[in-house]
Design a protein around this ligand. Structure first.
Ligand code: MN
Ligand code: MN
Length: 307
């Protein structure tokens, strides 16, 4: 089962301006073939379907705990998309509802993913940067542990390539931070699957890393995560379970040669994470709705009753 924590896995800077086309680019990392929906659902269903869980616990634990991290990545990218559609942080919700007869959102007919505003109200959806829906055919769960781990290794390297390309299209700090954080974590996952394959097959697949061949140290947004050692950590995302993956991620294994040196470690629980930004209420777009004051008042009364 899953627990939920009301935070993001990383602290994101607020956008400097509203940029729906940057949000559209970031959608590739959510619902593209190599996006977070794909990593989440590959590992999630592999972990559900895993045979001989007790006997193969270190391998099962690795896939199971990374599943939980990927769900948090879906959340992180989704928040990044919504923040880029929203613009700079503001406590000032639009009041009243404005005049909807004057085409207040005329500019939205020209954005690349018009449906993200017209249908989704500026939120994220499980689709790629062209608005094509994420689909189940991106999931591989064969029941063969080596084949599934190989697929996962390929998926993490592919995700890294896509993150680098999206990063190269973005100038806004929010989208760049999402890419920077996920590049470090994706590097951990590629490394982890390589080490798991090495344990089973004896082949030192981690020597193929980094693929694609760019060092994270060259990316400013990755620097603080490398400095704090994120590239050496795998989290259990559980109060008590999944610790046994330390036999794969640990056990004297070291950081990749291009990254800051040190031993790989399994950390119980979740990273400290960062706050979820407030999205501005825009009643003229009916988000959350026309005349929100009444809803806020009702919510406040309910909140008081719960204390
Ligand atoms: Mn991910
Ligand atoms: Mn990953």
């Amino acid at each position: 089962m899953f627990l939920r924590i009301d935070k993001l896995q990383a602290e994101l800077p607020a956008p400097k301006r509203r940029d729906p086309n940057a949000a559209a680019a970031l959608q590739e990392l959510l619902g593209g073939k190599y996006g977070e929906m794909s990593t989440l659902n590959n590992y999630m269903f592999q972990s559900f379907n895993f045979r001989s869980k007790e006997k193969l616990r270190p391998f099962y634990n690795l896939v199971a705990s990374i599943t939980a991290e990927e769900l948090g990545h879906v959340e992180l990218v989704s928040n990044g998309v919504a923040m880029l559609n929203n613009g700079p942080d503001s406590d000032l919700d639009e009041t009243g509802g404005g005049d909807i007869t004057g085409a207040p959102f005329e500019e939205m007919k020209d954005i690349r993913l018009a449906a993200s505003f017209l249908s989704g109200g500026g939120g994220a959806m499980p689709m790629n940067s062209n608005g094509n829906p994420w689909n189940m055919d991106f999931v591989t769960t064969t029941g063969n542990v080596v084949l599934d781990l190989l697929h996962n290794f390929h998926l993490e390297c592919g995700a890294r390539l896509h993150k680098l390309r999206v990063y190269e299209t973005l100038s806004d700090p929010t989208g760049r931070e999402v890419c920077g954080y996920l590049l470090v974590r994706g590097s951990v996952h590629a490394h982890a699957y390589a080490l798991a394959l090495k344990q089973i097959t004896g082949v030192a697949i981690e020597q193929m890393l980094p693929t694609p061949n760019i060092n994270l140290g060259q990316i400013p947004e990755c620097a603080k995560y490398l400095e704090e050692g994120s590239h050496r950590r795998l989290y259990t995302f559980s109060p008590n379970d999944y610790k046994e993956m330390a036999g794969i991620w640990g056990n004297g294994e070291m950081a990749l040669p291009g990254d800051p040196a040190g031993e790989l470690t399994v950390v119980d629980g979740a990273p400290e994470g960062g706050k979820i930004h407030q999205l501005t209420g825009v009643p003229s777009a009916f988000t959350p709705d026309y005349a929100p004051e009444e809803m806020f008042e009702i919510a406040e009364q309910l909140y008081k009753k719960s204390r």
